[in-house]
Design a binder for this molecule. Structure first.
Ligand code: TA6
Length: 298
C-alpha cells in the first residue's frame, strides 16, 4: 500500500504514514507530546522521543536503509533466530524478520495509548527462508511508556522452534559514564570467550561487552547522569537479557557503524536466547514484550 492508501485505510488521529528521507514507509505515532516512529521495513521502531526529552533510541549515522538489509539502531526484530543461524552459516544474522517488509493490520487508540500492529507471514518473506507456516505480529503502543510486543503464532501442523530478540539500541551520553542495573546475582555467558559468570552489582563498560544473562525476568535500568535520565526496560515473555557494546575494534569492523559511535549507545536486549529459546506446539502462541520508560532526573 502507498502512504496515501495507508492514511486512508488507517485514518487514525495521532498516526501519520509518510515516506522518510531514506524512502522507507514509516508511521509516526503521537501521544500527549511523545512521538515514536516505526518503519514497515522490519517492523523496525526507529525512534522514541518522550515529551521534552532526547530520543531514547539510538540510530547509527551509517545505517543502511535498504531492502534486504538490517537497520543499525532502534529496535531490530530478531526472529526466528537470535545471533547466527543454528545450523546454516549462510543464513543472515538475527533471522529474516528484520529484513522483510511487514504489513499494517490495525491502528488506533487503546486506553489512551496510540497503537499500531504490523504482521509478517510466509508470503512476505523470500522463498529461501520459508520453512513452515506462522503468523507474527508486532504491536507497538505509545502512551506514557513505549511498548513493543512480538506475538508469534504457530499456525503450522508441526512444532515451531525459535529464538528471538527485541534488540533495543539506547541513546546515551557516554558509554564510560553509564551503568546498567537489574541483573545483580544473575548468571551470564560472556560470548567473547564463552565463559560463565555471576553478575556482581551494576554493569559498567570499559571494553567490548557482549553478555547473555540467563534466568532473569526483571527490569533493567540504564542510569545516564550525562543526559540526566534513567531508562527503565521492563519485559514480559522473556527469561534472558543481552547487554552489548561493540567498543572500538568491532565498531571499526562494522561498515554500518561509525568508528566512534560506540560512545553513544548501549544495547539492553529483551530476548528468548540460549536456554530461553522456545518451542510452540501447533496452535500455540508466545509474546515477547518490552516496555520502555524514560524519566529525567531533576
Ligand atoms: O546482541 C548482541 C549481538 O549478537 C552481538 O554479538 C552483535 O553481533 C550484535 O548482536 C549485532 O548483530 P548484527 O547482526 O545486527 O550486526
Amino acid at each position: 500500500m502507498t502512504v496515501q492508501e495507508l492514511n486512508t485505510e488507517f485514518d487514525v488521529p495521532d498516526i501519520l504514514f509518510y515516506n522518510d528521507s531514506h524512502g522507507l514507509v514509516c508511521a509516526e505515532l503521537s501521544n500527549a507530546g511523545s512521538k515514536a516512529v516505526i518503519a514497515l521495513h522490519g517492523a523496525h521502531l526507529m525512534s522514541y522521543v518522550p515529551k521534552g526529552q532526547r530520543d531514547v533510541l539510538w540510530m547509527s549515522g551509517k545505517s543502511y536503509f535498504a531492502a534486504g538489509k538490517p537497520i543499525r539502531g532502534g529496535i531490530p526484530v530478531c526472529w526466528p533466530w537470535f545471533g547466527g543461524h543454528p545450523s546454516d552459516p549462510a543464513m543472515p544474522s538475527h533471522g529474516f524478520a528484520r529484513l522483510a517488509e511487514w504489513e499494517v493490520i490495525a491502528a488506533g487508540k487503546h486506553e489512551g495509548a496510540t497503537f499500531i500492529e504490523l504482521v509478517l507471514t510466509p508470503g512476505l518473506i523470500p522463498e529461501k527462508f520459508r520453512n513452515g507456516d506462522f503468523l507474527v505480529k508486532l504491536r507497538v503502543e505509545l502512551g506514557g511508556k513505549l511498548s513493543a510486543a512480538l506475538i508469534i503464532d504457530n499456525t503450522d501442523v508441526g512444532e515451531l522452534a525459535f529464538s528471538a530478540a527485541l534488540h533495543s539500541y539506547f541513546n546515551i551520553s557516554e558509554i564510560a559514564d553509564i551503568a546498567v542495573s537489574g541483573l545483580d546475582g544473575k548468571t551470564f555467558i560472556d560470548t567473547l570467550d564463552d565463559t560463565l559468570h555471576v553478575q556482581k552489582g551494576d554493569i559498567g563498560f570499559t571494553a567490548e561487552t557482549d553478555l547473555v544473562y540467563l534466568d532473569t525476568e526483571g527490569a533493567c535500568i540504564i542510569d545516564d547522569p550525562g543526559f540526566g535520565r534513567r531508562i527503565r526496560i521492563a519485559k514480559c515473555g522473556s527469561r534472558s537479557t543481552v547487554v552489548w557494546n561493540p567498543w572500538k575494534a568491532k565498531s571499526v569492523r562494522m561498515p554500518d557503524f561509525g568508528d566512534e559511535e560506540y560512545h553513544s549507545m548501549v544495547c539492553v536486549e529483551t530476548t528468548n536466547a540460549e536456554t530461553d529459546a522456545r518451542i510452540l506446539a501447533p496452535g500455540e502462541s508466545h509474546t515477547l514484550q518490552v516496555i520502555i520508560e524514560s524519566e529525567t532526573q531533576d
